[in-house]
Design a protein. Structure first.
Length: 471
């Protein structure tokens, strides 16, 4: 990330942290004078421009233990970077220490046990590539470049979540380095409070260095629906989609996007970037006649611009939207959980969508229920099991001069939809740091007090408290 500001000099305290880390880490230690500094402070969202004092790029768990020890001794502000794909940029902090796990890329799949152990720097594309060798998958994000760590710790929406649950629901165990520097194996029997908190509680419980996921039979091919409808029929299509989702089987995970026709090969040029309604759905099982029958209602919702439905490799599905969210562009997202999508809510959503500031901006309505709702409401820290929908207002743009207008559109649209919300917000789509305080109760709901107690028990001096406060 180019920066024309004069780099501040390193203070004696910051130099001491860097020097001590260099003497104890096998991985790379990057400070303000390091030639890789600007690259190390760059994350997916180009809107994020923070200047940490030191980045500890860990090579493994032992490096993480040393980084936590140094942080406990010197007490800088600490942030933790996994894949670096989170919207709010919580991977980075100003003037503090970034514990960077992005080079920790180990993946081991046990096809007989149907499990995968993955380190915290792995992305969903990297994990899928290994698990799909065995036609196995764990439900992951919709963008292959997303890191497994941040998505899973916040819950984890994905294309097959109604069939297999959230990403956090497939977590069998985790390895966590807590604030005291202890490496803990966390599961239902060992450290059950940490296990509960790690499944949807977001940041602030320690440094998660690896995840063990249970795997499900899926792939290598899956049946999908991708229908593009003309925007002039938007209200009728959205209503029809809402009604169709109410009777969709758990094997189908539908979603609706108010977006723009992609400028992709095979799509007529005259349609490129035109506003449209996109209906998407994935069948969480074999792509046979049963899949086609289950998906059929999602293909019968109104006049069609393009029908791109197909049977595709699961890894291709997971990569399909990645190119539309490139590294370095600017993003802002906020969301509501909703129990219903009534006609007034649909009209309000379309009204604000009509003011969309850029073709890259969009509104996404995801359906929950199914396997997501079958997990007990208090069995994990994820607090919104009963919601039927999540509505995400996603601003995307390139020109920094549009920052204020794009963010204002998203915040205003979110405010307009608040009367229809069930009162909840998804932590992974919760705005920027300045949005955190007003959303705390909405993110964790009735679980907030228990989460705070667990964090205090394992981190009584608040080493990870700044991370816990971030969205």
């Amino acid at each position: 990330m180019p920066d024309e500001r004069t780099s501040p000099s390193t203070s004696a305290a910051e130099q001491a942290i860097a020097d001590e880390l260099r003497s104890s880490l096998q991985g790379e230690v990057i400070d303000l004078g390091h030639p890789a500094y600007d690259e190390a402070r760059t994350v997916w969202n180009g809107l994020i421009d923070r200047r940490p004092a030191v980045v500890a790029r860990c090579s493994g768990t032992a490096d993480v233990v040393e980084a936590v020890r140094v942080a406990r001794e010197h007490r800088p502000v600490v942030s933790i970077r996994g894949g670096g794909h989170q919207v709010a940029g919580s991977a980075l902090c100003d003037d503090g220490l970034v514990i960077d796990l992005s080079r920790m890329k180990g993946v081991h799949v046990d096809p007989a046990a149907r499990t995968a152990r993955a380190q915290a720097g792995v992305t969903w594309g990297e994990l899928d590539r290994e698990t799909q060798l065995h036609a196995l998958a764990t439900p992951g994000g919709e963008i292959s470049a997303t890191g497994i760590a941040g998505l899973t710790l916040g819950g984890g929406f994905g294309f097959v979540m109604r069939t297999f649950g959230l990403s956090c629901d497939s977590v069998r165990s985790l390895e966590i380095v807590t604030a005291d520097g202890v490496v803990r194996t966390v599961n239902r029997e060992q450290e059950p409070d940490l296990y509960w908190a790690a499944r949807g509680g977001g940041r602030g419980i320690g440094v998660v260095t690896s995840f063990e996921f249970g795997l499900h039979s899926l792939g290598p091919d899956v049946a999908t629906v991708v229908m593009l409808h003309p925007y002039e029929h938007a209200e009728a299509v959205v209503r029809a989609w809402r009604d169709a989702t109410s009777c969709a089987p758990e094997t189908v995970t539908p979603e609706l996007l108010l977006w723009s026709v992609p400028a992709a090969p095979g799509i007529p040029r005259e349609l490129h970037r035109a506003k449209c309604v996109i209906i998407g759905a994935v069948y969480g099982g074999p792509p046979d006649d049963g899949a086609l029958a289950a998906l059929a209602p999602q293909r019968q919702l109104g006049p069609v611009l393009l029908d791109l439905s197909a049977t595709v490799p699961y890894v291709a599905l997971q990569c399909a939207n990645t190119w539309r969210f490139p590294d370095g562009e600017r993003y802002f997202m906020k969301s509501h959980f909703m129990d219903e999508l009534n006609d007034e809510a649909i009209r309000t959503l379309l009204d604000w969508d009509s003011r969309r500031p850029t073709p890259e901006s969009l509104v996404v309505v995801r359906t929950l229920g199914g396997a997501v709702a079958r997990v007990g409401p208090d069995d994990s820290a994820f607090a919104h099991r009963s919601a039927r929908f999540n509505v995400s207002i996603d601003a995307g743009w390139q020109d920094p001069a549009m920052d204020e207008a794009a963010i204002e559109w998203a915040r205003s649209a979110w405010d307009a939809m608040k009367p229809f919300s069930s009162g909840g917000t998804y932590v992974n789509f919760a705005g920027l740091g300045e949005d955190a305080s007003q959303l705390r109760g909405a993110v964790f709901g009735s679980h907030e007090e228990r989460l705070a107690g667990i964090r205090a028990a394992y981190d009584p001096e608040g080493l990870f408290a700044p991370a816990a406060r971030m969205p």
